[in-house]
Write a protein that binds this ligand. Structure first.
Ligand code: BG6
Length: 462
């Protein structure tokens, strides 16, 4: 639908930006931090690991000053579980507690609302060695960790996110399970344990800080059918249920999505559910939904002939399609980034509407952005007009979604500052702030404001 005139974004809209601990902090083994599974990551030649990243741990004050100068209203970051609890449980690391205390105080002193993710892909290594999410004891460890976070930071954090992209950890499990890729049956058991862990955190938060808001941060995307062939439409619905609604139906309603439950039964992948689990899940309802959105996906009916599963855009780490369920299709209407990711700004509007229609909870965009090969020009600047165009188009679609009735409370593009991509190193940059380092040469890690930084500053001000 077209509107004659769009309402401006509300004054209290949370214009922010995002990062995650292991991708930005560095200091991977300093000041008592324990290792996480991400510290085991041994990338191929020519791609950096996460040891130094953007050195935010040492440059935190400078980085917050840059956020303040930009005019950010909110900053979404994650806490490194193994910085706070080096073994994932037991002994607390006071210097880890201190770092996030300092960060929170610095943000609040500059009027920036902290939006805190409790766990963003960096499971403590010691817990992993004991079975990680396959073991039910990790649920207990997460509850203990959550309690420590609420006790130490609950007085200053109004927005909590439990687990980042739980759905991606199940769909693309390699990086989260170093040394061994679990079976699907084991993955859905991990998934059930993560549901329980989130529910415990939500329950605790509601008990300890009833005024605060807590929710999940899955990667949600509308799934399009390739054609109006009803078989494609069913495949698209099935994949949307498996990829998206399984996670949000649980977070919002505390129940397994009925189609996905049938799918799990058919495949023999149903998790072990113990007495009391479903009651815990039912009583731990999210207050808002964090949405990580990059692009939609388009699917066709499965051929079920052994060819449904393929690498996405040649990236062997991201396999798409599932035998007997769906196959990936090409969407001829969409462009791709330099890294082969689809760009679909209208898809953001579609996705927000679908989520809001289903759940009627406030939505907060916790990630969305463009990964590109940014270059420092001879004039000392980074001219990332392509990122400005990308964000401008997505912001406009968010505004349209709000006009359509979606209760959107904030937008945190990925990322505030350049950081290490999950598996494509430092050359894939997302930030408003350029960090002068490359894959192997750390140089001085100097911060340089990109053109998009000035554009975003002006946009927020307006
Ligand atoms: C999201 C993750 O899926 O996508 C981030 O939450 C990640 O951690 C972002 O960095 C972009 O993906 P990538 O692979 O380009 O780093």
């Amino acid at each position: 639908m077209h509107y004659k005139q769009l309402k401006p974004f509300p004054k209290d809209f949370l214009w922010g930006a995002s990062t995650s601990a292991y991708q930005v902090e560095g200091a991977f083994d300093e000041d008592g931090k324990g290792l996480s599974i991400q510290d085991l990551h041994t990338p191929p030649q020519g791609i950096t690991d996460f040891k130094v990243a953007s050195d935010h741990y040492h440059k935190m004050k400078e980085d917050v000053q840059l956020m303040a100068d930009l005019g950010l209203k909110a900053y979404r970051f994650s806490i490194s579980w193994s910085r706070v609890l080096p073994n994932g449980e037991g002994q607390i690391n006071p210097k880890g507690i201190q770092f996030y205390n300092d960060l929170l105080n610095e943000l609040l002193a500059h009027g920036i609302e902290p939006i805190v993710t409790m766990y963003h892909f960096d499971l403590p290594l010691e817990l992993y060695k004991k079975g990680g999410w396959t073991s039910r004891s990790t649920v207990q460890a997460f509850e203990e960790y959550a309690k420590i976070l609420f006790e130490n930071y609950g007085d200053r954090v109004r927005y909590w996110l439990t687990i980042n992209e739980q759905n991606c950890m199940i769909i693309h499990p390699n990086a989260m399970n170093p040394g061994k890729v679990p079976s699907q049956k084991e993955l859905y058991q991990q998934n059930h344990h993560m549901f329980l862990a989130s529910a415990k955190a939500v329950t605790l938060c509601h008990e300890m800080y009833p005024e605060s808001k807590i929710g999940p941060a899955p990667n949600i995307t509308a799934i399009y059918a390739e054609k109006c062939d009803p078989s494609d439409v069913i495949a698209a619905e099935d994949w949307e249920n498996i990829r998206c609604w399984l996670y949000l139906d649980m977070a919002v309603h505390g129940r397994y999505n009925s189609f996905v439950w049938s799918y799990l039964k058919e495949k023999g992948w149903t998790p072990v559910i113990e007495e009391g689990d479903m009651e815990l899940l039912k009583n731990a309802k999210a207050d808002f939904i964090g949405v990580n959105y990059y692009a939609t996906a388009t699917v066709a009916a499965s051929k079920n002939d052994g060819t449904d599963r393929q690498a996405r855009s040649g990236d062997q780490q991201i396999m798409v399609g599932e035998e007997g369920v769906y196959r990936a299709a090409i969407n001829p209407y969409l462009e791709k980034t330099e890294f082969g990711w689809l760009v679909d700004s209208i898809g953001l509007r579609v996705t927000l509407r679908r989520i809001y229609d289903r759940y009627h909870l406030p939505l907060l965009i916790t990630e969305n952005g463009l990964g590109a090969y940014d270059e420092l020009s001879d004039d000392g600047h980074v001219h990332d007009q392509y990122r400005i165009d990308y964000l401008e188009r997505h912001f406009h679609q968010a505004q349209l979604a709000m006009a359509d009735g979606v209760d959107l409370i904030g937008y945190c593009p990925w990322a505030f500052i350049d950081l290490v991509s999950t598996h494509q190193g430092y050359k894939k940059r997302y930030g408003f702030v350029y960090v002068d380092r490359d894959e192997e040469d750390l140089k001085e890690l100097k911060r340089i404001k990109k053109d998009s930084y000035f554009w975003y500053k002006y946009f927020i001000k307006q």
